[in-house]
Design a protein around this ligand. Structure first.
Ligand code: AMP
Ligand code: ZN
Length: 461
């Protein structure tokens, strides 16, 4: 909110209440989306490193996000359901499942609480009723709207933008709206068509607007004031601005003490990778695995950039990250082989201290990774102390360094690992013929894949 780096601590001194906007589950999440979830993961892990608890909540947008990103057009899920000749419910289930396949592959911790918008309809209706009682809503032909002119500090998350700038980002055609920035809280179902997802409400049959779900769900689980709200930078001018307007009008208290927004992952030509614009540049984590990358290569690459800087994706960049990550694992393997016995305490280790300082300084992951590399290159350092540092800092980096170095099949050839990753991708897509064929290929190379709750393991036959 202040656009500066500020000291952070949770309001209750112990546990950080953290909310992040989840995916709209009408298609597969692309690697740009994954950058946003890597940010919330990195933040969560860093807060734990600092000794606080974290109570994290993420929503799943399975209703109400309209094609126009504003208040017009059809529901994104409903459009996809028509295209795939199924229901919006099936679309939501399919893409929610695939979302978690991807986050698991990237070693992103699952949120403590995941809530679907459709599981909190009553809370959203209740919140709209509170706003109605405060006199900041009005009805049009197609829904109940928030009147942004009724509150004095609308748009305070975008302090340098004038009202006209914000208005300019909206459609000129107001429809029945009083102000360009007004937004739908509840939309009426069309009179001539039945939606897959619709509910009774005091205003008739319909469905909630996109913004109200985040306010309702965040406050349902975490209370009226959050410590940190996280999301992609595109959410600043509209989605988060509207979350603030409706939450603070309803409760009279600050909605989130801190806001953390991540910059985009762009394509080489500088274009934002975006689901709605589609295009050939759209890539998923599973597609990267199909091309022989380990999903952790992508995690490594993203973390070598600072979250507030744009990063331009290319396969060359990813390949460079893959090479570096593999070198890192090899170096850790040498440490594992050299060390026998207990690891020393890391609290005063200079590399560990530097790593923590870098992460505490607005999540400076590039500097933190640089500190780790300096230590790994230092042949004169005590192997046990270095291994202890690796284990500690990887709680934040999430590269599975010790695990990969120690794995019984630690020297499984990379092509076998690549085939196993591709098999995960095919299974997620329910392409079982391809996944069985990959299992056979892996067998021919002398390995058996065993599936477990935390993913697969490879055993030498
Ligand atoms: P969506 O599923 O479209 O609601 O987006 C999910 C999250 O991904 C949001 O936090 C967006 O801000 C974020 N996001 C979308 N595109 C990109 C991108 N190209 N780079 C980084 N984050 C993105
Ligand atoms: Zn949100």
């Amino acid at each position: 909110m202040s656009r500066t780096v500020e000291p952070f601590f949770p309001a209750n001194g112990e546990t950080v209440k953290m909310y992040f906007c989840g995916p709209t589950v009408y298609s597969e999440a692309h690697i740009g989306n994954m950058r946003a979830y890597l940010l919330s993961d990195l933040l969560r892990r860093t807060i734990k490193l600092a000794g606080y608890g974290v109570d994290s909540v993420m929503n799943i947008t399975d209703v109400g996000h309209l094609v126009g990103d504003g208040d017009d057009g059809e529901d994104k899920l409903q459009v996809k359901a028509a295209a795939e000749q199924t229901t919006a419910w099936d679309i939501a289930e399919k893409y929610t499942e695939l979302f978690f396949v991807d986050t698991d592959l990237l070693n992103i911790w699952r949120p403590d609480t995941v809530l679907r918008a459709t599981d909190a309809i009553q809370e959203q209706i209740d919140l709209v009723q509170v706003l109605e009682a405060k006199g900041v809503t009005y009805a049009t032909d197609d829904g109940i709207y928030f009147d942004t002119a009724k509150i004095g500090d609308y748009g305070k998350l975008t302090p340098n933008d004038t009202r006209e700038d914000i208005d300019g980002g909206h459609r000129i055609d107001l429809g029945g709206k009083r102000n360009a920035t007004d937004f739908a809280l509840w939309k009426f179902s069309p009179a001539d068509a039945k939606r897959d997802m619709e509910w009774e409400s005091p205003w008739g049959i319909g469905f909630p607007g996109w913004h109200i779900e985040c306010s309702a769900m965040a406050m349902k689980v975490l209370g009226e004031t959050l410590d940190i709200h996280v999301g992609g930078i595109d959410h600043v001018p509209i989605h988060h601005t509207n979350e603030i307007a409706q939450s603070e009008t309803a409760t009279g208290v600050e909605f989130s003490r801190f806001w953390v927004h991540g910059a985009f992952l762009t394509l080489a030509d500088g274009d934002k990778m975006s689901k709605s614009s589609g295009g050939p540049g759209l890539l998923t984590v599973r597609q990267l695995a199909d091309q022989g990358f380990d999903p952790l290569d992508f995690r490594y690459w993203v973390l070598t950039g600072h979250y507030r800087s744009e990063i331009a994706f290319s396969l060359d960049n990813l390949q460079a990250a893959a090479t570096a990550r593999e070198r890192m694992v090899r170096r850790v393997r040498a440490l594992v082989e050299a060390v026998d016995g207990d690891l020393p305490d890391v609290a005063d280790d200079p590399t560990y201290v530097e790593f923590c300082e870098a992460m505490a300084d607005d999540l400076n992951s590039p500097r933190a990774i640089g500190a780790l590399w300096s230590r790994l290159r230092d042949e004169s350092a005590d192997a046990a102390a270095t291994l202890a540092v690796v284990a500690a800092v990887d709680q934040v980096l999430g590269f599975k360094l010790v695990e990969l170095a120690e794995a019984a099949g630690g020297d499984v050839p990379p092509e076998v690992v690549a085939l196993a990753d591709e098999r995960v991708a095919k299974r997620a897509e329910k392409d079982f013929a391809a996944s069985d064929a990959l299992r056979d290929q892996i067998k021919d190379l002398g390995y058996e894949v065993l599936d477990g709750p935390d993913g697969y393991t490879l055993e030498k036959i």
